[in-house]
Design a protein around this ligand. Structure first.
Ligand code: SAH
Ligand code: DHB
Ligand code: MG
Length: 246
């Protein structure tokens, strides 16, 4: 390892070193997780999966939530999927949605190797197409939803997550800070801006206006830079599941 004094000059190097320190002590990746990460890299998937410490956070949140059913948007190579699946009790189920068939193939192999082939259902296609199908099939309500797909569609993903939720459902949304770009007027400009940043901004506005959700956002630094996540709890639903109508 390099001299810590160098790292203090370079925030990213320091965040990575501290992340490594934390993960080294507290986050034991089992061989399946390690292999999933390795296989994803070798298959040329983009290096955008959650870090080990974030993956462990997802597992802990699912455990705190006593989640038996989990919905994930954005599978990539299945790395976060495996962390989440580890939290499920016997009989638990996880549905994960991925648009890119090539990524889904890698994920399927990783998930099977981790022993979750029968617990995880991977659906391939744009989530805005697979979500309505899930809903029509009567899937859900899910105990935990992890939104981590294309950020441009976060507003729609929030709406569908609510339809697939019950009072008490935990919704976690990744990448809601993006180096602070959410405050950059050029990035959220309606015409010339970045569709991902615009999607995140619109998502915040919907969240703020949504009486059925109680939410906060937490900024994070680590191996993946400066970003953050939203935690939201469903206080009440629109009655899609006939709940809360007394
Ligand atoms: N949750 C993963 C990382 C997901 S990266 C992990 O932490 O391990 C974001 C993923 O969303 C990519 O795999 C990308 O292909 C997928 N994606 C992009 N647009 C999508 C869409 N419209 N529907 C579903 N998935 C999409
Ligand atoms: C990126 C990071 C993510 O966590 C993600 O879900 C999608 C993209 C990125 O750094 O580009
Ligand atoms: Mg992400």
């Amino acid at each position: 390892m390099s001299d810590p004094a160098d790292e203090r000059q370079d925030p990213q190097a320091l965040w990575t070193a501290v992340d490594d320190y934390i993960a080294g002590l507290l986050v034991a990746e089992d061989p399946a997780l390690e292999q999933a990460r390795k296989a994803s890299t070798e298959a040329g998937l983009p290096p955008i999966a959650v870090t080990p410490s974030q993956g462990k956070l997802m597992e802990l949140l699912a455990r705190v939530q006593h989640a038996r059913t989990i919905l994930e948007l954005g599978t990539l190579g299945g790395y976060s999927t495996i962390w989440l699946a580890r939290a499920l009790p016997a009989g638990g189920r996880l549905v994960t949605l991925e648009a890119e068939p090539r990524y889904a193939e890698v994920a399927r192999a990783n998930i099977a190797r981790a022993g979750f082939g029968d617990i995880v259902e991977l659906r391939v296609g744009p989530a805005l197409e697979t979500l309505p199908r899930l809903f029509d099939e009567g899937a859900g309500p899910f105990d935990l939803v992890f939104i981590d797909a294309d950020k441009a569609n976060n507003p729609g993903y929030l709406e569908w997550s609510l339809k697939l939720s019950r009072p008490g459902t935990l919704i976690v949304v990744d990448n809601v800070v993006r180096d602070g770009a959410i405050l950059d007027p050029a990035a959220y400009d309606p015409e010339r801006g970045d569709p991902h940043i615009r999607g995140v901004r619109r998502f915040y506005e919907l969240l703020a206006a949504e009486p059925r959700l109680s939410a906060t956002a937490i900024q994070t630094v680590g191996d993946k830079g400066y970003d953050g996540f939203v935690l939201a709890i469903v206080d009440a639903t629109a009655g899609d599941y006939g709940l809360g109508t007394g």
